[in-house]
Write a protein that binds this ligand. Structure first.
Ligand code: SF4
Ligand code: FES
Length: 319
């Protein structure tokens, strides 16, 4: 089958860096992957196209790129799945990474993020003889995170990193989760406190689900971030805007059957945090001008009793 590729090129040597789009047309087998198509371009059409790959079996994590706007391992992505009738595929380097040339990125940012969470076991003791034996169940629990092949796809498409380069990032949080859950690690509380307190920490995730969608190994980083939040709260870390936001959300829906948005904004900022409250004033005024300011005293939803029953039944189950 014929397929069109539109590839984003970058030449760092051309007067400080030149970016352009280049189109190719190649003949591929119906079972071919996007990587096969790109290799065909490089070997038979344009030897200057730079890309990276190694295992060609979705193991090494080196062939991450954006295809039609989403990060993917191109060795795992069949052409026909995205282009059943030869539609043109748009191929770019991964986002939130430094581009070296064409489709090749460095993983410096990625490993800087991973290093921030101290990605190594810190046991309280090392047995004098033999191994530190733990139960099978506790290790099986870690497999999800250990499936990470460090491809960087989740970092590429993280919508928080797009606007805040200080965010620790989905892959690093998944790695942090692995060590907070490892029974041999002795730094669980310190780790949770750091992830809770740090600028760019667990509370900055917006739960957009993009990392879950693009992870080729089912690590589901966002789910692990949510688990880290719960563990951080259980460990007594309740000093963040994120925690106050969660608590206010929970209480107002329980009480009124709907969200009290005014209270949510003030609770999240903190009632005594005057500078932060003043930051909210322009937003409140803009909402008022457009008739969108929520009522200062919230109306109860007609179904608030049913909502309360739902809360009671869920809370009863979890006791
Ligand atoms: Fe890749 Fe998934 Fe690991 Fe992110 S969590 S680096 S997407 S394998
Ligand atoms: Fe190794 Fe794609 S080439 S994961």
């Amino acid at each position: 089958m014929q397929v069109g590729l539109k590839v984003k090129r970058f030449d760092p040597t051309d007067s400080g860096g030149k970016t352009w789009w280049q189109e190719y047309e190649v003949d591929v087998h119906p079972d071919s992957t996007v990587l096969d198509a790109l290799i065909q371009v490089r070997e038979h059409v344009d030897g200057t196209l730079a890309m990276r790959c190694a295992c060609r079996a979705s193991i090494c994590g080196s062939c991450g790129m954006k295809v039609n706007g989403n990060a993917k391992l191109v060795c795992k992505t069949r052409v026909v799945s995205l282009s059943p009738n030869g539609e043109q595929l748009i191929i770019e380097p991964m986002g939130n990474h430094h581009v070296v040339r064409d489709l090749v990125i460095t993983l410096d940012t990625f490993f800087d993020q991973i290093n921030r969470v101290e990605p190594y076991l810190q046991p309280s003791f090392v047995p004098e003889h033999g191994e530190y034996v733990v139960s099978n169940e506790s290790m099986e629990n870690l497999l999800k995170s250990m499936n990470c092949i460090m491809c960087g796809c989740c970092v590429s498409d993280c919508t928080v990193l797009e606007v805040d380069s200080n965010f620790i990032g989905p892959a690093a949080f998944a790695k942090a989760w692995r060590f907070t859950e490892d029974p041999r690690d002795s730094k669980r509380d310190e780790r949770l406190k750091a992830l809770n307190d740090e600028d760019g920490g667990i509370w900055d995730c917006t739960r957009c689900l993009k990392c879950v969608e693009v992870c080729p190994k089912g690590v589901d980083p966002m789910d692990l971030i949510m688990e880290l939040r719960e563990s951080a709260i259980e460990a007594g870390n309740t000093n963040t805007h994120g925690y106050h936001h969660t608590e206010s959300f929970y209480k107002s829906v329980k009480k009124n059957g709907r969200l009290d948005e005014t209270r949510l904004a003030i609770d999240s900022a903190g009632w005594t945090n005057i500078p932060r409250l003043l930051d909210l004033a322009p937003i409140g005024l803009a909402a008022m001008r457009r008739g969108k300011l929520p009522p200062l005293i919230p109306h109860k939803s007609e179904d608030h009793k049913k909502v309360r029953e739902l809360y009671d039944s869920v809370e009863g189950e979890s006791k």
